[in-house]
Design a protein around this ligand. Sequence first.
Ligand code: C2E
Ligand code: MG
Ligand code: MG
Ligand code: MG
Length: 288
Amino acid sequence: RAKARGRDAVERFNPSFAHAADRRIKLSQRLRAALESNAFEIAYQPQIDVHTYEVTGVEALLRWNDSEMGIVSPATFIPIAEDIGLIGQLGEWVLHTACKQAKYWSKSHPALSVSVNVSPRQLGRGDFCEVVRRALVASGLAADRLELEITEGAMLAPGAVSTLQALKELGVAIAIDDFGTGYSSLSYLRTFHADRLKIDMSFIRGIGSNHADEAIIRAILALARRLDFEVVAEGVERPDQLAFVAADGCRFVQGYHFCAPLPADDIPGYIGKFKSGQRTHASLHPSA
Ligand code: C2E
Ligand code: MG
Ligand code: MG
Ligand code: MG
């Protein structure tokens, strides 16, 4: 009763908020249905090693095209899945599917890795390491072909560091996603040594126009060199952005300049085409 009254009040005074709330409720319902009907897909975005000009890995990115709501961005539905307690199940599906897919690719591309995004809620669960181990066993994927992407904030949660340590002992690589945007102090870099830092694309966007963004990128690359992290630049869309990060020692690059996220079936074709294309376009290599 009070709840219903509260809702009336919201609708009377702020119609746009009520609309947003309705959409959230609808999205929550559709999300549950989507999990049951297997309506999710994964797109894979190639990551390129700028030293060798090879595709060394792919990032698994969740896609949802709902029959009623159309395409919904993960930036919209992941937080809802977290709030309504579905992220564990959804995240486990992504892990299993991505590991199976990578195992399949490994027949023709044995060095290829797959990176999977992990929500803080997943990492915070005591059984997360076991969930990962099960996905590796079920798929037959070697642990060192899997990388988990964790945000800075997630590393600060209680128990996170010991879970990450256990994952590393399993042989899984850890990347810190959206590096530099997490409002966290750098001291966590001391507590746990991840394998890679992913420079957030908001910094990459400022290359050529924003001095602060350029300085931050350089500082991240210098820090990574000193502390022995590999670095991935995210959201590289233009040749000048590629040249900037590569000149300062960034080894891995991901972004529309090379390739948008692709359906799984298109990945082997892209890798083949990229390899032969690079032989004839060696000038793209910033140090060439
Ligand atoms: P993220 O992990 O930082 O992923 C990078 C995002 O940047 C992806 O957006 C990707 O499509 C986009 N992107 C890649 N290259 C470019 C570029 O050159 N320019 C621009 N403008 N964008 C580029 P997407 O797929 O919409 O995913 C958004 C976020 O949703 C991800 O950010 C990640 O935080 C989350 N997410 C996606 N899939 C999953 C998942 O399976 N589990 C969890 N927990 N989160 C996921
Ligand atoms: Mg990511
Ligand atoms: Mg990111
Ligand atoms: Mg992000």
